[in-house]
Design a protein. Structure first.
Length: 144
């Protein structure tokens, strides 16, 4: 399944891209889902993120990273995923728009059964849509 969402903020691509740090990640993850952040290396190729969650351990690894003035992105891939996930690939894109910078979540996931993929689509869409006010607040300068 694929989810594609975007939000705009009033900062440059380099400023927004550099802002993807542990503090932002913690602000983006709702407390009921996150029991404990075990590891956060950063957003460079080979870096890992490990979260202890109510449904199990989530370990992601950064597999790609590209930086330009117009568009920058990094990709995290699920290395160890909690049930029911079998595959996770999340491309975090920061792109210069016409008047603002766009933050794009390009997510691909799969579970053990297409029916479960379909059932999870709406809750995952809402989860990532709820990040948008956090992005706007974080990159307004109020939360840094």
């Amino acid at each position: 399944m694929k989810i594609l969402l975007q939000e705009s903020v009033n900062q440059s691509v380099p400023v927004v891209f550099k802002g993807f740090d542990q503090k932002l990640f913690e602000a983006l993850t709702p407390r009921p889902l996150r029991k404990k952040m075990m590891r956060f290396d950063g957003c460079k190729v080979g870096d890992k993120l490990e979260i202890s969650m109510a449904t199990g351990t989530w370990i992601g690894v950064i597999t790609e990273r590209v930086e330009t003035d117009k568009e920058s992105y990094f990709v995290d891939v699920g290395e160890k995923l909690p049930f029911p996930f079998k595959k996770w690939r999340h491309r975090h894109i920061v792109r210069r728009g016409e008047s603002k910078t766009l933050i794009i979540d390009d997510i691909e996931y799969h579970t053990f059964f297409i029916g479960v993929d379909l059932l999870l689509f709406a809750p995952l869409w809402v989860f990532f849509k709820l990040r948008h006010p956090v992005y706007r607040s974080y990159f307004s300068g109020d939360k840094k």
